[in-house]
Design a protein around this ligand. Structure first.
Ligand code: ASN
Length: 480
């Protein structure tokens, strides 16, 4: 038991080491964390090496170079990026973001760097040619965008229903599959898409025309904003700005999709091209799983034991913790910890740490429930007998009850480990680049939804099989 305990603590402290290792990238003084969209070509998208490129990416990197700061780019998705900016989790957003009066109430914008309006796109075979044709139909938009606001402002007038997706690719796909009759998105993006083989046609003139700007939270990161403006002015003066725009919108600009059509699109080909990104995703998933299994197990055992103490308050505390954290949906808990708490306290919580806290509380609550149940399941006569032999409560628990209870709990532990691994995928919502988020980003680039999700699913099953085999081996050792 002692050796096992030592091993347990060694692993626990090793995992704390991982936290410490994560922290510096976020707090380093001259590195600013910049949130962006997952895919919004020609402004932001992953190229065939899964590196983020596009007008916005080149602008921010060139400005950083010009002004002497570093950027850590986080492709969170448009809505998540704006949320993270509002809660102070990131320092700025550049994502083809339109400067609007409403946004100006909570954000400060740079000088404008591009103009765009909102247009409607339909499938090439569609008979719809104007807004009037939308009566009774469904229209797809992206969460939190100006396109979504525009659609909602005219939906009653034209009698259509709005469905919302988190990424532009899912918006376009919904139109292509025929679930939605049309979509609204930025003219600068849809016109570029039409030109480069997106497979949709634009049928309206740009409405609500506005300007794109780089944004920081209102009143904060003013130094960064000033540097952005100064850098942008320099790039405009020295010709670099024009060069970037030409590179992505000029005649020689090629599509992210047409280009990748020449790539090998078999399962093996896709695996090979995305090998590095997938491997990094697997590593991040494993890191999240291992650290959170350790933390959740410790937390769960402590809370579970609290629930069997001969003390009313201890039992009450245990029941309340289990009630709250088992009751909250994991997604809500993750967003609350990552976005909610920092907006109240003003302190950043790195996404990895927020993810670990989320899983520890949620999985720990389930663990506590079966630890408590496992101990309760041991015949009450056992405790009475041990006590009547003169053993104090603690010793009776350790020597008589726990060894029997643990045997009952082992299958539940294994189950919980597997659930923890699967639940790490939910953390893609806070932008952690684990396996699921990696899949999303790869698909955003090559639109191979079926094949990439199949690859990701098989990888999860392989990791789960390994984890199950390992757990069964440990179970056999315990039962020997
Ligand atoms: N243009 C969008 C907006 O400003 C942003 C985006 O979709 N990336 O709402």
């Amino acid at each position: 038991m002692k050796i096992r305990l030592k091993l347990f603590f060694a692993l626990f402290f090793a995992s704390l080491g991982l936290f410490a290792w994560q922290a510096p990238t976020v707090h380093a003084e001259t590195t600013y964390t910049i949130g962006t969209d997952v895919t919004f070509p020609p402004f932001v998208y992953a190229n065939s090496n899964n590196k983020y490129v596009g007008i916005d990416m080149e602008l921010i990197r060139s400005i950083a170079k010009e002004e002497g700061f570093k950027v850590d780019i986080k492709p969170l998705g448009f809505n998540a990026a704006v949320q993270s900016l509002s809660s102070g989790q990131i320092d700025g957003v550049i994502a083809g973001m339109t400067i609007t009066d409403e946004r100006k109430q909570t954000l400060d914008f740079s000088t404008p760097y591009y103009e765009s309006g909102i247009v409607m796109a339909v499938a090439p075979s569609s008979k719809i040619t104007s807004l009037k044709g939308l009566k009774g139909k469904t229209v797809a938009v992206k969460t939190g965008t100006q396109g979504a606001a525009y659609a909602n402002s005219i939906k009653d007038k034209y009698g259509f229903k709005v469905v919302t997706f988190d990424d532009s690719d899912n918006v376009y796909n919904d139109v292509k599959t025929g679930n939605s009759a049309a979509c609204f998105d930025d003219s600068a993006v849809l016109n570029y898409g039409v030109k480069t083989g997106l497979g949709l046609k634009v049928v309206t003139k740009p409405a609500d025309v506005g300007q794109y700007g780089f944004a920081v939270k209102k009143g904060q990161n003013q130094k960064l904003l000033k540097m952005f403006n100064a850098g942008l002015a320099k790039l405009k003066k020295n010709g670099k700005y024009d060069q970037i725009i030409k590179k992505y919108t000029g005649k020689t600009a090629t599509s992210k999709t047409t280009k990748s059509n020449s790539e090998d699109r078999t399962f093996l080909g896709l695996l090979r091209q995305n090998q590095k990104a997938i491997l990094n995703g697997i590593l991040e998933t494993l890191k999240l799983t291992i650290v959170s299994i350790i933390c959740a197990t410790i937390f769960g055992i402590l809370v579970g034991l609290l629930g069997v103490l001969p003390n009313k308050f201890a039992r009450g505390a245990s029941t309340t913790i289990i009630y709250i954290f088992r009751g909250l949906p994991l997604l809500v808990l993750a967003l609350f910890i990552y976005n909610g708490i920092p907006s109240l306290t003003g302190t950043k919580i790195p996404a990895f740490v927020a993810g670990i806290i989320t899983l520890t509380l949620n999985e720990g609550a389930y663990t506590a429930a079966f630890v408590k149940g496992g101990i309760d399941a041991v015949d009450s006569g056992q405790m009475e007998a041990a006590r009547s032999l003169g053993l104090p409560f603690g010793k009776a628990m350790r020597k008589v009850i726990l060894p029997q209870g643990i045997k009952i709990m082992v299958p539940s532990f294994i189950n919980q480990f597997i659930i923890t691994l699967k639940d790490t995928s939910i953390l893609s919502i806070i932008g952690i680049l684990e396996l699921t988020q990696t899949g999303k980003i790869i698909i955003a680039r090559n639109l191979e939804g079926f094949k990439v999700w199949a690859i990701i699913a098989v990888i999860y099953l392989l990791i789960i099989t390994l984890l199950t085999l390992l757990s069964k081996w440990v179970e056999r050792r315990i039962n020997d």
